[in-house]
Structures are given as structure tokens and as C-alpha cells.
Design a protein around this ligand. Structure first.
Ligand SMILES: Nc1ncnc2c1ncn2[C@@H]1O[C@H](COP(=O)(O)OP(=O)(O)OP(=O)(O)O)[C@@H](O)[C@H]1O
Ligand SMILES: O=C(O)[C@@H](O)C(=O)CO
Length: 424
């Protein structure tokens, strides 16, 4: 088997989300963290490889350069098509990075047309008449209008994308998508003939995305969120049953949380309420020089080895604001990442073999600290939240990287207390 789809995701948890989508489509999928290089090795026999970058909110020229490096690497591994994964809420600004990165990937591939669709129906993201909805609200009426980095105050995708590219952008509407693959292919050709480069498509359901995925099979570059990726993956003939997954059944289990998203806070509360051991890290104390890591390890060593533990920096909005006011946002984030990254290394050295990490930035810090560059993607515990398998210098590790707002409230207890439920 050779690599078929190369995917470039613009953030880490988005990478996990899209890798889970390819796997749901029956593809054996690898996930690579950060810009790969000659030393980056993919697990054997992958159909799809996802490179998770941190390019969503960086300056557009950096995002373009990193994405082109990733594209070259994927081509060198044999990828026939490139899927650019961005956020299902189209997180971007008039400066980018969705338009500039897609244009650069297309220029490098020598192609004049691409298809876009950010719909992700399981997460309530749909596109109708070119407008992006988050559940029952237009994107611009949803909480995303207050996003700290990319406030989304418009929902019209053709207009949003037109601000980010000098090329023509146009829509394939839902009525056409409902008519099926041939109707979409014809609409693509019609748009191509009138010089349209970016074609945005409507989609309300996974069936619509399957139609779009099949219609996009000939395009060298396709762009969108995890929903279209799954439709695209389904359009490839199945490669046979997935290999059994090596979910470690021995060793200890832990959660490290740095996400302050509402869903993560619920998951922490549920873990605590179930009576399992949990420890809150004092970020201000760490910043003032106290040995918070040493104290956490003494606490960890005193716990029942048969139970999963939770160690978290996550804080309520009020606590978070207080810490940020005292340390500054960047220093607070650096403290948290240092604490959780260092603890991850110590916990794995002490025998943790199932590790759940909550938060995109936090996941970046933990994978970097563990030196994990590439993982094989396994079964999902909840939509967009798969187990992944990594080899570390201390042994095999099952790693779950959870986007802040993903996963059911009982995700931590359900997945870590009962490994048999998530094993194949
Ligand atoms: N107690 C705390 N004080 C200050 N900052 C904190 C604290 N706990 C967490 N943070 C910061 O909050 C941010 C959480 O970001 P992270 O990306 O990990 O989670 P998220 O935004 O919920 O996840 P996602 O990006 O997947 O939606 C990090 O920058 C982290 O450093
Ligand atoms: O598409 C999404 O909403 C997520 O995969 C994401 O990008 C998280 O940052």
C-alpha cells in the first residue's frame, strides 16, 4: 500500500479531528506533529498522512512556507492528493490564512481549481447558500463572533474567502449537490470555464459531503474541515480491515489538562465527582519559583496505581483572568505548557501508558516534551477524539489529544477507567 492522501491541518487538535475522519472512512492514517523533516518516519502502510501544523493564526507568509514544506514532504512520500484542513468555523481574517495557503498549495500543484467546504455536520457546522451555520445560528451570530484571535463577524463564505485571495470565488448550491456527483462535476467544469479558482460548496449532511468527496477525486488540492475529508476518504476504495490496535492494557493512565474550554471544565468536574484522584496545579506558585512539579510527582507517587489520575492547570474564566492579569497572557501560557510538558515526561517515565491530553496548545506542549513526532490513529472515543499510538523512548504509549470543546462530559472517566471498551 502506498500513501494516497496527504493532509495539512492548520492546528494540532484539528489534525486529530481530520485524522479520525480519514480513519472512519476506512483509511489507515498517520498523524505527524509539526513540520516534518528527513528524520520523520511514518508508521508502515499508511493510506493517509496528516501533518498537524500551527499555522492558523501565524503571519500568512509563515503559514504558506510551512504548508509548502509539508506539501513537498507528503509528495515525496507518494501522496497523490493534498487535503488542506482548516477549522469548521472557518477561523481566519481578511489577511488569511485560508486563502493564501490554499492558493500557494494550488500554485505548487499547478492546478487552477479547488473545492472548499467547512461543513462538519456531527459538530453542527453546515453550509447553505454559501452561509456557514453553527448549529442553529449563523456563524456571525454564534460565540465565534467573539473569538480572541479570529472574530468571525460574517457568515458568507464566498465573501470571506474573496477577501483572502485575488482569484475568483463562487458557489455550488445545495440544489446542485443534492442532484449528485455528476451534477457537481458539471458545475465544477462550468465554474472552471468562467475562471473561478475557489469553488465553495453547500453541504447539510454527511451524504452531501460524500457527494462532494466523490466529485473532488480528480482535484489535486481540496480544502475544508473534517466532514469533507471523510467524504473524500470514502470515495477511495477500501483497503481492507484495519490492523489490530495496540492499546496498552498495562501501565497507568492519566489526564493532563490545560484547556479552559467549557467542555473540558465539565469533564474535569465529572472526573472529580466520580471520586478519582485529581490535582490542580498552582500556576502562580510555579511562576514564583515553587517546585510545583516536584510536589505533583510526590502526590502522583502516593496514588493507587490502579486508578487513572487527573492533573490540571485548567481554570474558570475568572481564575484564568486573574492569573493572566498577574503574569500576562504569554507568560501564563508558557508556565502552563512548561508544567504540563515536563509532567508528561515524568509520568511516562513512571509507567503511564494511556495519556489523555486536553487542549490544542497543551497537546502541542506535551507531544513536543515527549518527543512524539508521528502516531498511528486509532478508534474514536467520541467524534473527533481518537486514540493514537506512539512509540516513545520509554515504551509504547496510547495518546488521546482532545480539542477543548470536543468529547462528552464523561470522556475522561469512560476512556481511562475501562480500556476494554475502547480497544478493538
Ligand atoms: N491556570 C491557568 N492560568 C493561565 N493560563 C492557563 C491556565 N490554564 C490553562 N491556561 C492556558 O489556556 C490555554 C488553553 O489552550 P489550549 O489550546 O490548550 O486549550 P483550548 O483552547 O481549550 O483547546 P483547543 O485549541 O483545542 O480548542 C493555554 O494557552 C494554557 O496555557
Ligand atoms: O474543525 C474543527 O472545528 C476542529 O477540528 C478544529 O479545527 C479545532 O481547532
Amino acid at each position: 500500500m502506498t500513501l494516497r492522501i496527504g493532509c495539512i491541518a492548520d492546528d494540532f487538535t484539528g489534525g486529530t479531528d481530520v485524522a479520525a475522519a480519514f480513519r472512519r472512512a476506512g483509511l489507515r492514517t498517520a498523524l505527524v506533529f509539526g513540520t516534518p523533516d528527513d528524520a520523520t518516519v511514518l508508521p508502515a502502510d499508511c493510506d493517509a498522512a496528516v501533518i498537524a501544523l500551527k499555522s492558523r493564526s501565524t503571519p500568512a507568509d509563515e503559514a504558506v512556507a510551512d504548508s509548502l514544506t509539508a506539501q513537498r514532504w507528503l509528495w515525496a512520500k507518494g501522496a497523490a492528493q493534498i487535503y488542506f484542513k482548516y477549522c469548521s468555523t472557518f477561523d481566519s481574517t481578511p489577511h488569511g490564512n485560508i486563502g493564501p495557503v490554499t492558493d500557494a498549495l494550488m500554485d505548487a500543484a499547478g492546478t487552477a481549481t479547488t473545492l472548499h467546504c467547512p461543513a462538519s455536520p456531527p459538530n453542527g457546522r453546515t453550509v447553505y447558500q454559501g452561509h456557514l451555520f453553527v448549529h442553529d445560528q449563523l456563524l456571525s451570530d454564534s460565540p465565534l463572533r467573539h473569538h480572541p484571535l479570529n472574530p468571525m463577524t460574517d457568515s458568507a463564505l464566498v465573501r470571506l474567502l474573496s477577501a483572502q485571495t485575488r482569484h475568483k470565488v463562487a458557489l455550488i448550491d445545495w440544489a446542485t449537490v443534492r442532484r449528485g456527483v455528476e451534477a457537481v462535476r458539471e458545475a465544477v467544469v462550468t465554474h472552471q470555464q468562467s475562471g473561478v479558482r475557489h469553488i465553495v460548496a453547500d453541504a447539510l449532511t454527511d451524504d452531501d459531503l460524500a457527494v462532494l468527496g466523490a466529485a473532488a477525486l480528480e482535484l489535486p488540492v481540496v480544502a475544508g474541515a473534517a466532514g469533507l475529508a471523510e467524504g473524500f476518504g470514502h470515495a477511495y476504495p477500501a483497503t481492507g480491515p484495519a490492523a489490530p490496535e495496540p492499546l496498552p492494557r498495562e501501565g497507568r493512565a492519566a489526564v493532563l489538562a490545560g484547556s479552559c474550554s467549557a467542555r473540558t471544565l465539565e469533564q474535569i468536574a465529572q472526573f472529580y465527582a466520580s471520586g478519582l484522584p485529581s490535582l490542580h496545579l498552582d500556576v502562580l506558585a510555579a511562576a514564583s519559583g515553587r517546585d510545583v512539579i516536584g510536589e505533583a510527582l510526590v502526590w502522583y507517587d502516593g496514588q493507587d496505581a490502579g486508578l487513572p489520575v487527573l492533573i490540571y492547570a485548567s481554570a474558570s474564566p475568572e481564575e484564568l483572568a486573574a492569573v493572566q492579569a498577574q503574569l500576562g497572557v504569554a507568560e501564563a501560557a508558557a508556565q502552563v505548557e512548561e508544567l504540563l510538558g515536563t509532567l508528561a515526561s515524568h509520568l511516562v517515565e513512571r509507567g503511564v501508558r494511556r495519556l489523555l491530553v486536553a487542549g490544542g496548545e497543551t497537546s502541542g506542549a506535551v507531544t513536543t516534551a515527549l518527543g512524539v513526532r508521528a502516531v498511528l490513529v486509532g478508534q474514536e472515543a467520541d467524534p473527533g477524539v481518537p486514540w493514537t499510538y506512539a512509540a516513545t523512548k520509554t515504551g509504547d504509549l496510547a495518546l488521546m489529544l482532545k480539542s477543548g470543546n470536543f468529547g462528552a462530559p464523561d470522556l475522561f472517566t469512560r476512556t481511562l477507567a475501562a480500556p476494554a471498551e475502547v480497544a478493538r
